[in-house]
Design a protein around this ligand. Structure first.
Ligand code: ATP
Ligand code: MG
Length: 241
């Protein structure tokens, strides 16, 4: 694989729930080291798209190729081992478990389990606040800390591709800025590749390299984040300009 090959390529995926189709022929790709934003309104199909990539929703048609391999027939549970990690909507931490226990749960991939202590040190170095709160129940963290903890848990598996589902939901503008800065730092200095799903379109486009717009299950636009940010139609529809 050369640097030019996509790390992830979602090719004409149609997917949904039962008889309901939610994604229609959706395609996008992510190259190594990029931050790619996927933006769209409530119900556009953003979470479904991520669920399809991690194997929780099975595509009815299309292909998902990660590191040159078709994921179609590989079970969902092997995807962490292959280097995919998802920070789900709302973080989904275990509120009555401590920060440290939540982080350890992110490290069930055998590849990491062997070296758990070192990975814990590395990850909490990125989020010093989590080290301070390690013995605190996750349910007692602030919204921003909780989101950091969810990102940290995903990082425990040493992923190649980190996917975040609306990490800014419920956070103050200040905390949104911090979370996005962290995401940017991870991509720029840790070589992580990122897919950022957001309704917070302006901020997402500001940190992303490229972006796609999902509308009623269709990928209707794609391009450099800067170009989409400057596009009057995008501004009108998604940024309330
Ligand atoms: N488990 C499910 N079973 C049936 N339908 C579902 C399920 N999850 C989502 N849907 C439907 O699929 C469509 C897309 O939902 P999805 O959660 O992917 O949108 P989204 O873009 O993530 O929205 P939001 O921004 O509100 O999180 C919606 O019409 C939703 O009702
Ligand atoms: Mg969603």
């Amino acid at each position: 694989m050369t640097g030019q090959d996509p790390l992830l390529s979602v090719e004409a995926v149609t997917a949904g729930y039962g008889d309901a189709t939610v994604l229609f022929d959706a395609s996008f790709e992510v190259r190594p080291g990029e931050i790619v934003a996927i933006v769209g309104a409530n119900g556009a199909g953003k979470t479904t798209l991520l669920s399809t990539v991690v194997g929780l929703v099975r595509p009815k048609a299309g292909r998902i190729v990660f590191r040159g391999r078709d994921l179609a027939h590989r079970p969902a549970h092997t995807r962490t081992e292959e280097g995919l990690a998802l920070v789900p909507e709302g973080g989904r931490l275990f509120p009555f478990m401590t920060v440290e226990e939540n982080l350890m749960l992110g490290a069930y991939a055998p590849r990491v389990r062997a070296d758990l202590g070192r990975r814990y040190e590395e990850v909490t170095e990125i989020f010093p606040v989590l080290r301070e709160r390690r013995a605190q129940e996750a349910g007692k963290l602030s919204g921003g800390e909780r989101q950091m903890c969810a990102i940290a848990r995903a990082l425990m598996s040493r992923p190649t591709l980190l996917m975040l589902d609306e990490p800014s939901v419920g956070l103050s503008p200040l905390m949104v800025g911090r979370v996005f800065e962290t995401v940017e730092r991870l991509a720029r200095s840790e070589g992580l590749t990122v897919v950022l799903v957001e309704q917070n379109v302006t901020e997402a486009l500001e940190v992303a390299d490229r972006a796609y717009v999902l509308d009623h299950g269709h990928v209707v636009r794609g391009g450099s984040a800067a170009a989409l940010l400057a596009d009057p139609e995008i501004q009108q529809t998604y940024m309330g300009v």
